[in-house]
Design a protein around this ligand. Structure first.
Ligand code: UDP
Length: 331
């Protein structure tokens, strides 16, 4: 059995690779190390079932097909993430997330024994939805280039499934968190921001009044969900992966403990994200296992991981998010 994980050195990808290797599945990682880090899989370096190839899926001169001919599963997670850089540099996002996906699904057509290609889409496609929990059929409302490129690629994956009979499914993740989430670079997901602030003894920069909620989903539940979606006989399905709940930023702060400072509400942001997970529960035997309290405790037990992460404050966040406010504020 052979699996390919694009973006396998990234946060979610490396946890998926751990799961596949635990199941003795021979795993090939394709990663360009743009945000993924080989250190994320350093603990597997002696595992003979793991091969890591440095490769950029969006480069047209890269011949990927050779890697795919004997693949049973393809997990396509490689992508540029984050909102702010996608507004600053949309063409890089288009190249990586859309062209890159086309190269992967074209290569996957060369895998005669392919059981499933699972695409990692994003709940950002729902924008500010009308209903919570949000079903897969909710209207698509992309708000910024990252969300657009992830959605365009999802359409492509499903299209290849229909036109070329490629066995595909798509998963939409809600606010994944866990160890190995990014610790450097641009202003990103709240856990990394808050844990670095906690280590530095600084106030948590709470957006708005902190009453907004997110469907924070622990990484082990995300990757077990991806595997479950690979196992179903159905193809061309989209399935949300969430925690089964939604939790306020104030709740997160109370679990982490510490002072807060308030920063302005960000344009285009939903007050709630909350996945309707009835579809994945119906089609698979997957259930989320990690409660929010357990997940936060796991993060606290790994807090040293964030010791070199940037410590954001009100002023540096204002500078970093200026384009975001300029681009998305009501005109
Ligand atoms: N958030 C916050 N302070 C920060 C960064 C984020 O209070 O410094 C909040 C943000 O308003 C949102 C939640 O944390 O409600 C999750 O934000 P993140 O950027 O991680 O994910 P997304 O907004 O894309 O769901």
């Amino acid at each position: 059995m052979k699996a390919i994980v694009t973006g396998g050195c990234g946060f979610i990808g490396s946890h998926l690779v751990d799961l596949l290797l635990d199941m003795n599945i021979s795993t090939l990682v394709l990663d360009n190390f743009s945000s993924g880090r080989p250190e994320n899989l350093a603990h597997q370096s002696h595992n003979e079932n793991l091969t890591i190839v440095e490769l950029d899926i969006s480069e047209s001169d890269v011949c990927m097909k050779q890697y795919f001919t004997d693949a049973d599963y393809v997990f396509h997670l490689a992508a540029l993430a984050d909102i702010v850089p996608s507004i600053k540099d949309p063409d890089a996002y288009f190249k990586s997330n859309v062209i890159g996906t086309m190269n992967v699904i074209q290569a996957a057509r060369c895998a005669p024994s392919l059981k499933k290609l699972v695409y990692a889409a994003s709940a950002s496609c729902y924008g500010v939805p009308d209903e919570f929990p949000t079903k897969e059929e909710a209207e698509i409302r992309v708000e910024y280039p990252y969300a657009l490129t992830k959605r365009l690629a999802e359409e492509m994956v499903l299209h290849w499934g229909k036109v070329y009979d490629l066995p595909v499914n798509s998963t939409r993740f809600f606010n994944a968190y866990g160890p190995r989430s990014r610790t450097s670079g641009t202003y990103g997901a709240v856990f990394g921001v808050f844990l670095a602030q906690k280590l530095a003894g600084k106030a948590y920069t709470v957006v708005g009044d902190g009453e907004q909620t997110r469907d924070f989903t622990y990484i082990s539940d995300i990757v077990s969900g991806i595997w479950a979606v690979a196992q179903v006989k159905q193809c061309n399905e989209i399935m949300n992966i969430g925690s089964g709940g939604t939790y306020s930023i104030n709740k997160l702060v109370s679990l982490l403990g510490g002072e807060v400072s308030y920063i302005p509400k960000r344009p285009g942001e939903p007050d709630c994200t909350f996945a309707d997970i009835s579809k994945i529960k119906q089609l698979t035997n997957w259930l989320p296992q990690v409660s929010f309290e357990q997940g936060v405790n796991k993060m606290l037990s790994h807090i040293d991981y964030w010791k070199n992460a940037p410590v954001w404050n009100e002023e540096s966040i204002a500078v970093e998010t200026k384009e975001w406010f300029d681009a998305l504020s009501e005109k």
